[in-house]
Design a protein around this ligand. Structure first.
Ligand SMILES: Cc1cc2nc3c(=O)[nH]c(=O)nc-3n(C[C@H](O)[C@H](O)[C@H](O)COP(=O)(O)OP(=O)(O)OC[C@H]3O[C@@H](n4cnc5c(N)ncnc54)[C@H](O)[C@@H]3O)c2cc1C
Length: 470
C-alpha cells in the first residue's frame, strides 16, 4: 500500500526497485498492461506517485552522485538522489541547490516531475530551470538525453509532467555557489492582508528569498496578519569571526530532532488549539528585525526537524491546498482567504509567496502571481464542497491548483487551470504512445490522458474525500 504525504488515498501496487538506473528500461518493458509510474520519496501530498493495481518504480535506490564539476558549479546525479544527500555532499564544497522546496526529503526525479519551486521563485524560477540535461527512459522512443535547447518539447513536457512522460534516470544540475551554510534573515510583522501584500511587493525584489507566514485563523481587522521573512545566503562577513573558517562556515549537518508521536488523540488539533498556537507564534515575533543569521536548514526546511509530522493529522490524513492567482486578481486572493478563515478549518500557518514568470513547461504550476499553501485535515466537515467553490473562483480568475499537492480537484476544472494541457498531451503521446506511464492522479484526472471530462453531478467513486465526508 502506498500513499502520498497527506495519507488520504492509499492504493496497492507492485513495488519495483531498480538497483541501478540502467534497470529502468527492463522494468518499463515488464510492466506491460499493468502500467507504471516512478516514485521518489513520496512527498507529493496526493496520489501522483501511486499506481493502484499496477507497478510503481521506487527510484530511491538509484542514489549515486555521478560527477561534480567544481569549476562549472554543476553536479550529475542519479534521479533517486535526495536534496538532503545532495546538500550534505555539496554544501561543504560551497554549493547549494539552485532551488530548494520546503523539505529536503525529495528526490531529484521528484523535483523534476513536479517542477518544484522554493522561496526564491521570484528570482530563480523553478527546479526545472536549473536542469542542464537529463537522461530519460520514455516507453516510445527509449533512452533519450533531453536538454532545454536541443529537445525543448520533450524536456519541458517532462519537467512538471508528473512522471507521465517517462522515467528520469539521471540529471545534470547547476548549483548556486555559497560562502556559508547560513541564511541572513530580515523579518517584519504585518497587521493585515493589505500590509502583508504591500510589504512583500515592495521588499522582495531586494532579496533572493521571501515568504509570508499567514495566520489563517485571524479574522476581521486582523485577516491576513503575517510574519514576512526575507533571506539571503549569509556571507563570511555575516558570521562571527570565530565561525569564519571554511570548515565551520560551510558545516551542514542538520539532525532530526523530534519524532512525531505514532498516533495523536482525535480532536487534539482543533480550531482552538491551532488558534492558540498561531496567536503565540504571532505575538512572540518582533515587529521588525534584520540581519538575524540562522542555519539554512531552519530557514528552508523548518518542518524537517520533526520526523513523520504528517501523522499528527490522524488516520484520515490531511491535504495541502495550494493555488496561484495572477497579481491582478488580488481581490480574489482576499475573497479566498476570507472564505477559508470563515470556514474555520483548523490550519496552522499558511504560506504566501510571490511567483515570478512561468517557465516554458506546459504543466508547470508556477505562473506570475500570488501563491498560497495551507494544510487542512480531511476530517473537517464540508471541506470537499468548500474547496470545490474555491477551485471555481480560482479557475475563473486564471489561477490553478498545484498537482503535486492535489488529492481532490474536480476533473472538469483541470483544463481551465492548465490551458496548455492539449499541447502537453501531444508531446506525451510521442513519448508514451501506448500509455504505459500511469498513475492514480491520471485516473482521477482523466483529462491528463486525453479523456474528456464533463462537470460531474457526483464525485467519481473512490474519490478520497467522498468516502470520508459524505
Ligand atoms: C513538508 C513539505 C514541503 C514541501 N514544500 C514544497 C515547496 O516549497 N515547493 C514545492 O514545489 N513543493 C513542495 N513540496 C512538494 C514536493 O516538493 C513535491 O511533491 C516533490 O515532487 C516530492 O518529491 P519526491 O521525490 O518525494 O517525489 P514523489 O512524491 O515520490 O513523486 C512526485 C512526482 O514526481 C514523479 N517522479 C518521481 N521520481 C521520478 C523520476 N525519477 N522520473 C520521473 N518522474 C518522477 C512521480 O511520478 C510523481 O508524479 C513539499 C512537500 C512536503 C511534504
Amino acid at each position: 500500500m502506498l500513499s502520498g504525504w497527506g495519507r488520504t488515498s492509499p492504493s496497492s501496487a507492485r513495488l519495483r526497485t531498480p538497483s541501478k538506473s540502467a534497470d529502468v528500461e527492463h522494468l518499463v518493458r515488464e510492466a506491460g498492461e499493468r502500467g507504471l509510474i516512478a516514485r521518489g520519496l513520496g512527498r507529493s501530498y496526493g496520489d501522483a506517485a501511486q499506481n493502484g493495481g499496477g507497478d510503481v518504480v521506487d527510484m530511491t535506490s538509484c542514489d549515486r552522485i555521478v560527477d561534480i564539476d567544481l569549476q562549472a558549479g554543476t553536479v550529475t546525479v542519479e534521479a533517486g538522489v535526495s536534496l538532503d544527500w545532495l546538500m550534505r555532499a555539496l554544501v561543504p564544497l560551497g554549493f547549494w541547490p539552485a532551488v530548494s522546496p520546503g523539505t529536503r526529503y525529495v528526490t531529484v526525479g521528484g523535483a523534476i516531475g513536479s517542477d518544484v519551486h522554493g522561496k526564491g521563485h521570484h528570482r530563480d524560477g523553478t527546479f526545472g530551470s536549473h536542469v542542464l540535461s537529463m537522461d530519460v527512459y520514455a516507453p516510445g522512443p527509449g533512452h533519450l538525453t533531453l536538454t532545454p535547447d536541443g529537445t525543448p518539447e520533450e524536456f519541458w513536457a517532462t519537467t512538471g509532467g508528473m512522471g507521465l512522460t517517462g522515467i528520469v534516470e539521471r540529471a545534470t544540475l547547476e548549483m548556486l555557489p555559497v560562502e556559508t551554510a547560513s541564511v541572513r534573515v530580515d523579518s517584519q510583522r504585518t497587521a493585515d492582508l493589505d500590509s502583508t501584500m504591500a510589504v512583500m511587493s515592495e521588499r522582495d525584489a531586494h532579496y533572493r528569498y521571501s515568504v509570508a507566514w499567514i495566520d489563517c485563523l485571524a479574522r476581521g481587522a486582523s485577516l491576513g496578519r503575517s510574519i514576512v521573512e526575507f533571506g539571503e545566503h549569509a556571507t563570511l562577513g555575516d558570521l562571527p569571526a570565530r565561525e569564519r573558517s571554511p570548515d565551520r562556515a560551510l558545516r551542514f549537518g542538520p539532525s532530526r530532532q523530534v519524532a512525531a508521536p505514532p498516533w495523536v488523540p482525535s480532536g487534539l488539533l482543533n480550531r482552538w488549539s491551532v488558534a492558540a498556537f498561531n496567536e503565540m507564534w504571532y505575538r512572540k515575533a518582533p515587529a521588525r528585525s534584520s540581519g538575524h543569521v540562522v542555519a539554512a536548514s531552519s530557514f528552508f526546511h523548518p518542518l524537517d526537524a520533526v520526523d513523520g509530522w504528517n501523522r499528527i493529522y490522524g488516520k484520515r490524513g490531511f491535504l495541502q491546498y495550494q493555488f496561484v492567482l495572477p497579481y491582478a486578481q488580488g481581490d480574489v486572493l482576499r475573497a479566498v482567504i476570507e472564505k477559508l478563515v470563515n470556514a474555520r478549518a483548523a490550519s496552522f500557518l499558511a504560506v504566501l509567496k510571490r511567483f515570478g514568470p512561468a517557465n516554458p513547461a506546459p504543466l508547470s504550476f508556477p505562473r506570475e502571481g500570488w501563491t498560497l499553501a495551507l494544510d487542512l485535515p480531511v476530517s473537517f466537515a464540508g471541506l470537499d464542497g468548500q474547496l470545490d467553490e474555491l477551485d471555481e473562483m480560482i479557475a475563473s480568475a486564471g489561477g490553478r491548483v498545484y498537482l503535486a499537492k492535489d488529492s481532490r480537484l474536480r476533473p472538469d476544472l483541470l483544463e481551465a487551470m492548465y490551458p496548455r494541457l492539449g499541447e502537453w498531451r501531444q508531446i506525451r503521446e510521442r513519448l508514451d504512445p501506448q500509455g504505459v506511464m500511469r498513475s492514480d492522479l491520471m485516473r482521477r484526472l482523466p483529462a491528463l490522458a486525453g479523456h474528456a471530462t464533463k462537470r460531474p453531478t457526483a464525485r467519481t467513486p473512490g474519490f478520497p474525500l467522498q468516502s470520508e465526508d459524505t
